[in-house]
Design a protein around this ligand. Sequence first.
Ligand SMILES: C[S@@+](CC[C@H](N)C(=O)[O-])C[C@H]1O[C@@H](n2cnc3c(N)ncnc32)[C@H](O)[C@@H]1O
Ligand code: SF4
Length: 395
Amino acid sequence: MSEISFNAFEGDRYAPLGVYVHVPFCASTCDFCAFYQTTPTADGIDRYMTGIADEAALVEWAGRRVETVFWGGGTPGLLSPKDIRRLGGIVAGRLGGHPREWTVEMAPASVTDARLEALKEIGVTRISMGAQSFQPALLDGLGRQHTREQIFRAYERIRAADFTSVNIDLMFALPGQDEAAWLTDLSEALALAPDHLSTYCLTFEEDTKLWVKLSKGQVKLDVEHEARLYETTWARLEEAGYGQYEVSNFARPGHACIHNINTWRMHEWAGLGPSAASQHAGLRGGNVADLEQWQANLARGERVTEDRVVLTPSLLAEDALIFGVRMNAGVDLAALRGRFPSAPWSAVEVEIARLADAGVAEVRDGSLRLTPRGRLIADTVGAELMQAFSEATAT
Ligand SMILES: C[S@@+](CC[C@H](N)C(=O)[O-])C[C@H]1O[C@@H](n2cnc3c(N)ncnc32)[C@H](O)[C@@H]1O
Ligand code: SF4
């Protein structure tokens, strides 16, 4: 499918600006998840709202219009309708008009008509629901709180509320899931006809319950099985009319997630909330992953206190290549060179030729992209590109 195209000139002055809001509340912790989240309390939510208002006041908006908003988590959809309106009011006050896209992540167990009504009212256009699997035993093995029936009820409610785009997240290569079970999950998701599907291969994140099981040998990693499931997914979703636009993301025409594409293209976004990352106003960094510490920092007028780096053309070019090749549209090399002329292009060209010789990447119509084989080892290719940049900038 054709990718969303932006202003032909990708210079940073005109780069689209997004806003990411991390809502760090979940009813319980899933066995695979390492995102920062905590149990919601009335006091915690109040302090969170105050913090978001304080943080939004500290961002250098420079009068720029916000193109996309993404509320991720945690579970933003767990907020009460009143709190959705409160948070929506704070964010909307900074947008400078209606954004092109406003996504909110929801978990099936907390989807209610009243919450959906509040989300519609504040201007949300896109709902992303974490189904993960339709099979009770697999949901149980992930420590999820919802049932398959709740997925169907939640999806029906979301559809009835008439958002522009609805995404379903699924996970594969789960312990105890063979290829037939994964195909069943894909078919159940396709029967709902979502506009967008994200299919994530299970990652064993450190300090999660599943990671502990892996380190005790109670579950096993099988990269060949994972590779087969990737290929099965790509074939099945293509056949069903979903265009793959990134290693894990598929959409019907016109429903790709613009916010995520902008981040992978290394444009700009301001992150609000504990653990939120920002890439904006010449800096990249993150907020501390702790609600109280985040608030204490804001009280001193400090945000983006973690892993702060000054953005350089070389860093942005490197990341635009690493994330860009994961997209089916690839990276327009001439445009990227025009955007960041001082990046170490001769070393990059040598590396691109090496990746092409190895059959994992190709340059077609001036764009660098992964081959299907390269997509199976996208992280390794990314690490090799990173290595080429660090060697070139060290010399
Ligand atoms: C930030 S989570 C939040 C979504 C929402 N709280 C929910 O769980 O329904 C977004 C998605 O990331 C994916 N995800 C999270 N941890 C993962 C992991 N360790 N491996 C693979 N996918 C993961 C899941 O599909 C999840 O729906
Ligand atoms: S997957 Fe979603 S619901 Fe589960 S702990 Fe992570 S953010 Fe919370």
